[in-house]
Ligand binder design. Structure first.
Ligand code: COA
Length: 502
């Protein structure tokens, strides 16, 4: 272990092993865990708990808990607990392959909600009582305040709501994180809500530390492990083309005075397309940019370094091992330019609307009218979850959805007559981009939207079929506002399920 990280004598008394701490989590309870996009999640207690659950299961006993987090975690948490069938219910976002399989087999319940709604739903008790919080922190000050780790997510809410708190103090997180966070303690349920006093993405309105009464802490476990730290692949040709379309769009918006020269604060989903867009912006003509987003990924770190990005606000890091090294080695530089907030605030509709965020998110499919499916493959099988995409799409100043125009080696068109599941309605979707082109839907009525999306975004292999569908729907005499052929609208998905080809 490195220098002592637990300076509070009262909490030092509670130090124990992960196995001992895990044994304090009984079957049937609701557990709020830290963790967001593979950062700042507890690493030792969930694995010890999975082992504990396996032992009980081997004795023929049922042992399951419900797991609430900020967003996705990692194999050490979601993977380990799902593997032993230890999760009864999971919320609000996951991307773990084992969890995904169990959810889609109907062996785990999954409540997929907007990330900005989680805290208020928890306060209202919709998910039941929170029994235990298991929170990774980077250290504990002498007076018992908690130095948050590489993500904040719902940690403030879990600590407030839980009866008992287990802390993992991770020596593997750089101690230089101290001072980077901004924990706002002013949110409340209506009618006691007050305006959140933030008018710029770099405003600090809260505390640098998480506050937790020491008597709530039942265990402190020391760890020394890195976050998930997934590598991004180099942007492929499609991602680069999507990025180019988007950059051209931004340039045109600036020319027509609809965006300032340094754009507006950006929100960027994670993944390869998002990283390609950030790489494009890093080379592009815009300076003095800002970000107000959920997860700060490699592309944003590179932009902070180059100076293209003046500052970034997020609730979590989502970095590769190389980017973590860069962050750690230059933590003083980054601490001045990064603010990590609770996800209540990073995703708050009031702030997103006020700051005028440019929201850029990935999607699975869009239909010809601009409804977007971000979560379900062929309408039924969950991929990850809605995450914060709805918070940003509905409330942002510009809401962009991006995808390659085809999936599965061209067998699937990402532009379909009707989406098989709706996460973002046509009213929340302003810009659709594929490698084929960009459709600006602002100000257009449904039939105009359809022609624009088919013309600009569909793959040439599917364009004639989409046009044919649209024209036959228009001439069916069934209604001309949003024309559909009901018997055919989902037939593309049905055909894929039956033949492997849309
Ligand atoms: N039909 C069927 N499958 C499709 C598909 C479609 N139209 N489009 C993509 N897929 C499949 C891909 O083939 C791939 O499958 P595989 O895992 O078996 O290889 C998988 O879906 C993921 O696709 P990929 O192209 O790698 O997408 P991505 O990494 O860019 O992620 C989303 C796309 C939509 C899954 C992702 O952006 C997401 O989870 N979004 C919702 C949450 C969100 O927006 N968060 C942002 C932060 S607010």
């Amino acid at each position: 272990m490195t220098a002592p990280r637990i300076l509070c004598p009262k909490l030092r008394e509670r130090i124990m092993t992960a196995k001992e701490a895990a044994a304090l989590i009984p079957s049937g309870v609701n557990v709020g865990m830290s963790g967001f996009t593979g950062a700042g999640y507890p690493k030792a207690v969930p694995q010890a708990l999975a082992e504990h659950i396996r032992e009980h299961r081997d004795l023929g006993e049922k042992y399951r808990i419900s797991v609430w987090t900020g967003a996705s975690t990692a194999p050490e948490l979601d993977g380990a607990l799902a593997e032993v069938d230890g999760i009864e219910m999971r919320l609000p976002y996951q991307s773990d392959p084992v969890c995904r399989q169990k959810i889609n087999e109907g062996r785990m319940e999954y409540v997929d909600i907007h990330l900005s709604h989680v805290a208020q739903h928890a306060w209202s008790g919709f998910f039941g009582k929170l029994d235990v919080a298991v929170i990774e922190v980077a250290g504990v000050t002498e007076d018992g305040r908690l130095i948050p780790s590489s993500s904040i997510g719902n940690n403030k809410t879990w600590i407030d709501q839980a009866d008992r708190v287990i802390l993992e103090v991770n020596h593997g997180q750089t101690s230089g994180l101290e001072g980077m966070h901004d924990i706002y303690y002013g949110t409340a349920l209506p009618p006691r809500r007050k305006p959140i006093q933030m008018t710029a993405p770099d405003d600090r309105i809260g505390e640098k530390y998480l506050l937790c009464p020491p008597e709530k802490v039942i265990a402190v476990v020391e760890t020394n492990s890195p976050d998930r730290n997934s590598r991004f692949s180099e942007p492929d040709e499609n991602s680069q083309r999507i990025a180019r379309h988007l950059l051209e769009f931004f340039e045109a918006e600036v020319k027509s005075n609809r965006l300032p020269k340094n754009l507006l604060p950006m929100q960027s989903g994670v993944g390869n397309i998002a990283n390609a867009v950030l790489a494009g912006l890093n080379e592009g003509p815009f300076d003095n940019l800002t970000a107000y987003t959920e997860a700060l990924q490699d592309g944003m770190l590179a932009m902070l370094k180059s100076g293209k990005l003046r500052m970034a606000s997020a609730t979590a890091f989502s970095l590769s091992p190389e980017a973590i090294r860069e962050l750690t080695q230059n933590i003083d530089f980054y601490r001045e330019r990064i603010v990590l907030r609770t996800q209540e605030i990073s995703n708050h509709p009031e702030i997103i609307r006020r700051l005028g965020i440019i929201a850029m998110n990935g999607m699975i499919e869009a239909d010809i009218y601009g409804n977007v499916n971000s979560t379900h493959i062929m309408g039924s099988r969950i991929m990850n979850g809605i995450g914060g995409s709805g918070d940003f799409a509905r409330n942002g100043y510009i809401s962009v959805f991006m995808t390659p125009s085809t999936a599965k080696d061209g067998a699937i068109s990402s532009i379909v007559p009707m989406v098989s599941h709706v996460d973002h309605t046509e009213h929340d979707v302003q810009i659709v981009v594929t490698e084929q082109g960009l459709a600006d839907l602002r100000g257009l009525a449904p039939r105009q939207r359809a022609l624009k999306i088919i013309e600009n975004c569909a793959h040439p292999d599917f364009k004639p079929k989409l046009l044919d569908y649209f024209e036959r729907a228009c001439s069916s005499g069934r209604g001309m506002h949003t024309p559909h052929l009901l018997g055919e609208a989902l037939s593309w998905h049905q055909r894929f399920e039956e033949t492997g080809q849309m």
